[in-house]
Design a protein. Structure first.
Length: 258
């Protein structure tokens, strides 16, 4: 009985160690990924600061200079490897596949995890952790286009609803996208005439009852609604250059378009 107990205890300890190895590897991957992400985020920010300073005619201010100095230190493979030093991690390589330029930051950490004991002649397991991101955190896109992607003075701005609309509007005051929400009872809607003719119908989305005490509508619309937050009652407006609107196949509004 004592021999059986000793054997069971040994097997239990062995199984516990075997099960702990994958958890330890995952923990190491998480720590390395966290360090790479933090460094990549810092470098991507510094790239934007460097870009602004090179484009500006003014001298670099002290804050930018300090940050750039910190960025050079952060790029040092020695310092980063010190951060990533941890038990059972061997042959850590941060230089072979890492790529850093003005547009992208890509850190690649190749390393081996040493197993507590050899398994079928395998004493280490190769691992790779990658952190990749765009530079210019917090900046607008199209920086490498003419005039930094800004519209020319002659470019016309139009407005469109993001609710799957193929119509663009020349003014925000167009009644299709800018309107006051009115209220009435369901019974009164039968006697109210829309601003542009026709008659009001119940919204197919929120399905208001004709016996409702309060329904919502707009003077220029054709439907009335049970809820003021009905999706078909709201307009989510965005700007767009006229040339792009035409290229996407959008057509002008019959009320405000030309």
């Amino acid at each position: 009985m004592t021999i059986e107990a000793a054997l069971c205890l040994s097997l239990f300890i062995f199984a516990s160690v075997v099960l702990m190895i994958p958890l330890l590897m995952i923990h190491q991957q998480r720590n390395i990924s966290r360090a790479l992400e933090s460094n990549a985020r810092l470098i991507s920010k510094l790239n934007y600061i460097e870009y602004v300073n090179t484009k500006s005619s003014h001298e670099k201010n002290e804050l930018a200079a300090d940050l750039l100095h910190d960025g050079e230190a952060a790029l040092s493979s020695f310092i980063l490897q010190q951060k990533l030093s941890m038990p059972l991690v061997e042959q850590l390589d941060l230089l072979s596949d890492t790529e850093i330029d003005v547009n992208h930051v890509k850190y690649v950490a190749n390393y081996n995890v040493r197993l507590p004991f050899s398994v079928l002649g395998l004493s280490t397991v190769p691992q790779q952790v990658i952190s990749s991101r765009r530079s210019w955190i917090g900046a607008k896109g199209n920086r490498w286009m003419d005039n930094n992607g800004n519209l020319s003075e002659k470019e016309t701005i139009v407005y469109y609803s993001t609710r799957e609309s193929n119509v663009y509007h020349s003014t925000l005051s167009c009644s299709y996208i800018s309107h006051d929400i009115l209220t009435a009872s369901g019974a009164e809607m039968a006697s109210i005439t829309p601003k542009y003719g026709g008659r009001f119908h119940p919204c197919l989305g929120c399905r208001p009852s004709k016996n409702s005490k309060t329904v919502y509508y707009t003077a220029g619309g054709r439907s009335y609604h049970a809820m003021i937050n009905c999706k078909t009652l709201s307009s989510y407006i965005q700007e767009m250059p006229l040339s792009k609107a035409k290229a996407l196949g959008k057509h002008p509004c019959i009320r405000c378009g030309s």
